[in-house]
Design a protein around this ligand. Sequence first.
Ligand SMILES: *[C@@H]1O[C@H](CO)[C@@H](O)[C@H](O)[C@H]1NC(C)=O
Ligand SMILES: *[C@@H]1O[C@H](CO)[C@@H](O)[C@H](O)[C@H]1NC(C)=O
Length: 363
Amino acid sequence: MDFTDDVSVFGISAAVLLVVIWIVLMMYLWFPELLPKFLRRRIMPNKGIYRAEALVYQNNGTTEDVIHVCVTSDRSRLGGMLALVNSIHRNTKYPVLFHLIVDEESVQHARNWLEESQLRNIQYELIPFPEEIVEGKIRVRGGRPDLASPLNYARYYLPQLMPTLKGRIIYVDDDCIVQGDIHELYRMKLHPPHLAAFSQDCMGTAKRLTLMKNNYADYIDFKNRHIQDLDFDPNECAFNTGLFVADLNTWRANNITKKLEYWMKLNTKEEVYGNERGGGGSQPPMMIVFYNKYTQIDPNWHIRYLGWTTGTTYTKQFIKHAKLLHWNGRFKPWGGRAQHSDVWEKYFVPDPTKKFKPIRKNV
Ligand SMILES: *[C@@H]1O[C@H](CO)[C@@H](O)[C@H](O)[C@H]1NC(C)=O
Ligand SMILES: *[C@@H]1O[C@H](CO)[C@@H](O)[C@H](O)[C@H]1NC(C)=O
């Protein structure tokens, strides 16, 4: 009869519709890479790790590859991370994939911030840092308590935080601005058996302007028996860990994370480093593990100590031609008192939630 036919047609249509909805829902949950681009960008698989796009993740060593850049930050400094990402993005001609490591509660905040800004089309992933990894391993003696922030140590765990990434990574501190093309660092040669590249602190402008010795003895306690066993030269030049170029497979093969953790843990029990200028931050363990095992980065690629004083350490002209500026020290460019903060302001990305508000100098 007509009536039953109507019912069955209706029933079949409803069933088909439900199946279609179910398939789309399953795709959304399990196979996000099959979705159209505009849908893919809106999802958050992998336990809160937000991976924008279906990323071509493996670095096969060709120059056509995407450049992998890693930045770590926490809730109080996200604005620094965003400005840095913006500066790298605006000054390169090459595709970059940003690996942004933040505290767990900042993942959503950072994601909204990026998605509502001019940076919404960059390639990035947001990785929550499980802070329990470093619990009980940090001991800062005197110095600056901000150096005890767990995110300051996330750089020790890059291979675990990016498990599928094999090749070169460029790590940059969140209080930096990049004015050169990051591709130059991506292409630089690491000279075997070197494990990474860093900037030395005894040469050029870094030395002249800060009037500091910057050798190993400034950061590490040479009275410690374990340090004496290493037979290091206390006058060896220190290096800054705010920028480095490394290869993640080399890192894994050399157990670098394990070695860094060894020194961290030892320092909580006895004084290995920490009461000197380094203050026990993330710098000394890296100086121990990479002693004499790194290539030097071009000095113009790491102009630093901009946060050391509020005075103008460098001329405007000099700053203009620097490839990378680093406000290491107390005076951050978003804090209202730092020198050359006008350069940082150019790259600042406003926070739609207004939680992060830079203090402006002349207001
Ligand atoms: C590396 O990847 C690029 C881009 O995906 C590809 O064009 C190239 O053929 C690959 N090279 C090798 C050696 O696999
Ligand atoms: C790294 O650790 C593994 C396992 O503990 C060990 O077999 C290997 O020899 C270590 N490699 C280096 C370079 O220390």
